[in-house]
Design a protein around this ligand. Structure first.
Ligand SMILES: Cc1ncc(COP(=O)(O)O)c(C=O)c1O
Length: 431
């Protein structure tokens, strides 16, 4: 829930931000337990405000602004925050004796929990600091490329992953091909864009595929693209950073070999939790990291992250427990419901171009818009600035789509319909 922030209150708000943060921590300690959801379909539950306000109460977020920019990372719910505080305390009290001893077993239990969650084996998983690190390991380490081969990526992929793909030109001597995905997107035209690339460039050996992109919020038809890639002898490195915890899927659906995730967005684990999945039979196709010792088939030899945030990783099972207590179907439906509230209003305004289709299999929480065809970084920065300065609504500008910049809106479980209702009237003032 949020409180409208009038410009004249901004100085006051910045002064009170520290106090708000401190009282938020205090509130996390007092939060009542998450109630059980009433028995009804996820679609009906999506608008059950009694239930969702109890869920929202689990998040001690500042009321100083209306934050609908929750695509960066996901704040911890109160029970996860408590578990993280306890783990931090334990690690510091028990010190190196714990880190060099019992932590090993505790970390194995975290891997086992993640393996159960994803329905894979624990020795197919590698914890990292985030999805970037996981995907950089997969992209940079992929050793099936020969000079003359090509790799493929798309304009809607994540910036750091695009850089890693272009780096392969130097690293592996390959041709790097970029496609621009069509706008407006349909499942058919996205699949056709990959089909055409595979047909035009039969030397493509590996492609990056994004599951749910961070620029427009589109859910890509991964199953179809993966099948098409396999049929063309192309390996897929799947970026599921935004999909895990936001939408319901099973890795088995994609016949996936290499997948990067993070757990600090939609799973709500502490910052610093990423994950790489490599199918067991494909581990040798990713180089060991800088002569890291270990068996050729040991996925843990694919990274050397040094001293990690022990407490963050120890808290992953608590985040998964909280996520599962709500359930992915209910969570996905609620997030899409909140997204549809602002999009339905915004679509009535001439000059607002909503960049994702409304089909439930193509969108969930994230959606971006353009105003009056404004496509430059400066124009979109100006929209974001006006929304926060004049209306107290926090969004973010995204650069990356070939068609130009846009502004992204991402509700979280702590947002209420009243938050979403603020956006369309604010947009009318900017047209
Ligand atoms: C699609 C996508 N891939 C990868 C990442 C990188 O994730 P991380 O911040 O965990 O490294 C992000 C982060 O926003 C993302 O949106």
């Amino acid at each position: 829930m949020s409180v409208f922030a009038h410009p004249s209150r901004r100085h006051f708000l910045s002064l009170t931000a520290g106090v708000a943060a401190a009282s938020s921590v205090a509130r996390a300690a007092e939060t009542p337990p998450l109630p059980t959801a009433p028995k009804m379909s996820p679609t009906d539950l999506a608008s059950n405000e009694a239930y969702w306000s109890a869920v929202a109460a689990q998040y001690a977020v500042t009321p100083a602004i209306t934050n609908i920019e929750n695509g960066y990372w996901g704040i911890m719910a109160a029970p996860v925050m408590r578990a993280y505080q306890a783990a931090t305390q334990r690690v510091n009290v028990e010190n190196t004796h714990y880190a060099r001893g019992a932590f090993g077993q505790d970390l194995n239990a975290v891997y086992d929990r993640l393996a159960k969650f994803l329905n894979v084996d624990a020795d197919e998983l590698l914890l990292t600091r985030g999805a970037s690190e996981a995907l950089q390991i997969a992209i940079s380490g992929y050793n099936k490329l020969e000079p003359g081969d090509a790799v493929l990526y798309a304009d809607l992929d994540y910036g750091a992953m695009k850089s890693a793909m272009t780096w392969l030109a130097d690293r592996r001597g390959v041709e790097v091909i970029k496609i621009d995905l069509p706008e407006p997107a349909t499942r058919e035209n996205i699949i056709a864009a990959y089909a055409s690339a595979f047909e035009t460039h039969p030397n493509i050996k590996m492609t990056l595929v994004t599951h749910l992109n961070n620029l427009t919020g589109l859910i890509h038809p991964v199953k179809e693209i993966s099948a098409l890639a396999k049929a063309n002898g192309v390996d897929v490195i799947l970026d599921s950073a935004h999909a895990i915890g936001q939408i319901d899927f099973s890795l088995a659906d994609f016949d996936a070999d290499f997948v990067g995730f993070n757990l600090h967005k939609w799973i709500g684990a502490p910052i610093g939790c990423g994950l790489l999945y490599i199918r067991k039979s494909r581990i040798r196709d990713i180089d060991r990291f800088m002569n890291e010792p270990g068996d050729e088939d040991d996925i843990r030899a694919r990274a050397h992250t040094g001293t990690l945030n022990f407490a963050a990783h120890l808290t992953i099972p608590d985040a998964l427990d909280f996520h599962e207590a709500i359930g992915i179907e209910a969570k996905e439906s609620r997030l899409r419901y909140l997204r549809n509230l602002w999009v339905d209003d915004a679509r009535q305004i001439a000059g607002v171009d909503v960049l994702t289709p409304d089909d439930a299999d193509m969108v969930a929480a994230l959606t971006s818009f353009r105003l009056d065809g404004r496509r430059t970084t400066e124009e979109n920065n100006a929209i974001v600035r006006r929304l926060i300065d004049d209306h107290g609504i926090f969004t973010v500008r995204r650069t990356g789509p070939a068609a130009g910049d846009c502004v992204r809106v991402t509700p979280a479980l702590y947002n209420a319909p009243a938050d979403m209702a603020l956006l369309a009237p604010a947009l009318r003032t900017l047209i």
